[in-house]
Design a binder for this molecule. Sequence first.
Ligand SMILES: [Zn+2]
Length: 229
Amino acid sequence: MLRITPILLAVLYAIVMYRISIWRTNRELDARSTELADPQLKRMTDRLAASLDLARIPVYIYEIDPVNGLAAPDGRIFITRGFYRKFKNGEVTAEEMASVIAHELGHVALGHARRRMIDFSGQNALRTALIILLSRFVPLIGVWIANGLTALLASRLSRADEYEADEYAAALLTKAGIGVGPQKSLFQKLEDLTQQRAGVTPAWLMSHPKTQERIQALEALERRWESTS
Ligand SMILES: [Zn+2]
């Protein structure tokens, strides 16, 4: 019992941190967001909702500047004020905004939003448990191995999540009659924005795999769908 106590403590710690981070995130989002009331975008989200047999898709504006989209574990989708401003300026089309919303919906539908919260707080607990375990067998370097494994697992998980969310969005956009085009053109626009601003990447791209690889993955998907239809 004594031997596994540290591991149990690490798991308990992760559960408590998970609860706290959900509570904190929700409080922050509630305080700084309002429901999106844009007729043009509403028409887009209604098309997505109809394809999913949903009455509506809950989209909110989150009052921060960085260009980003977020999905809360409870299913709400958040578009930042900065991103919405790009749409209002005419830099990003309604269809491209729909592609962001569809991508974030993918994170919700595939359970990523919930798991990410766990990632957030759970990585520490996993690392602690691994350090305790590995240090028994390989003293000293056990810590390094544990750190490396935890980081590797986290980055693998998030990359896989992004491709899955892109694929979900591509299928949903196709079903809604919007198509994959806006998804690809938005990636390209955000990438160009990075170039213009001397390498300052919009937040929404930063947390995602390389733009060209995402576009290629979408094109592979399109070819696959064309050959089966
Ligand atoms: Zn994503």
